[in-house]
Write a protein that binds this ligand. Structure first.
Ligand code: PGA
Length: 242
């Protein structure tokens, strides 16, 4: 059974006070939202402990935005699985295009991070997606299949979420047409051995397009950046009407 997931990716936004403020406002209005959807907030490392306490006893799950493949070691600036688990983290984004683009993340390191997440009992949210240039050159399908092939080597598909995030649609306000996102997500599913993997769409998901996106048969939810930062917007997203 594919789980429906709405995950917020706060990227490098919010101090602890801002995070708590947003969360309290959000939680105050969460009650009427149907229980059939998983709600995840992937916060910056510095806000994880604060959010973990605030989320205790609620239905909202905590996520991180990166994980190193070793349990500990001389890796300045990195964070490990046991450190995240210690803070009550359940999900972790791996291979976001911003990590691939600006921080030298490769399919090989994405694969290491994915397997580490699983080894430490976390659920990885693997991001794949093409650039505008790759799309215009007709390379989208090959690129995505290639990413999946390398990223998923020896990965347990029973504890995995995938997000299709076309790079040109991230933070640009330019959403991929819902039908096109559905087509690519269908292609992603065809490359998997487990038909029950939840596959999300990400890239300029907003209150005004969430319902159309979720209505697509292959799309199991959304990974949301900008619109997950404000309580009103994020509430509307988790309250999608299908
Ligand atoms: P966006 O970001 O919703 O701001 O486009 C999505 C993401 O990067 O996961």
């Amino acid at each position: 059974m594919r789980k429906v997931i709405i995950a917020g990716n706060w990227k490098m936004y919010k101090t602890r006070a801002d995070a708590l403020d947003m969360l309290q406002n959000f939680l105050n209005h969460l009650e009427p939202i149907p229980e059939d959807r998983e709600i995840v907030i992937c916060a910056p490392f510095t806000a994880l402990e604060t959010l973990s306490s605030a989320l205790h006893g609620t239905r909202v799950r905590l996520g991180a935005q990166n994980i190193h493949w070793e349990a500990e070691g001389a890796y300045t600036g990195e964070i490990s699985g046991p450190m995240l688990v210690d803070l009550g983290v359940r999900y972790v984004i791996v291979g976001h295009s911003e990590r691939r683009q600006y921080f030298g993340e490769t399919d090989a390191t994405v694969n290491l991070r994915l397997r580490a997440a699983q080894r430490f009992g976390l659920t990885p949210i693997l991001c794949v997606g093409e650039s505008k240039q790759q799309r215009d050159a007709g390379e989208t399908e090959d690129l995505i299949c290639g990413q999946l092939k390398e990223d998923l080597q020896e990965v347990d598909q029973t504890n995995l979420v995938i997000a299709y995030e076309p790079i040109w649609a991230i933070g640009t306000g330019e959403t991929c047409e819902a039908v096109e996102a559905n087509r690519i997500i269908k292609l992603i599913r065809s490359q998997l051995t487990n038909p029950d993997v939840s596959i999300l769409y990400g890239g300029s998901v907003k209150p005004n397009n969430i319902d159309e996106i979720i209505a697509q048969p292959e799309i199991d939810g959304a990974l949301v950046g900008g619109a997950s930062l404000a309580p009103g917007d994020f509430l509307r997203l988790v309250d999608f009407q299908s």
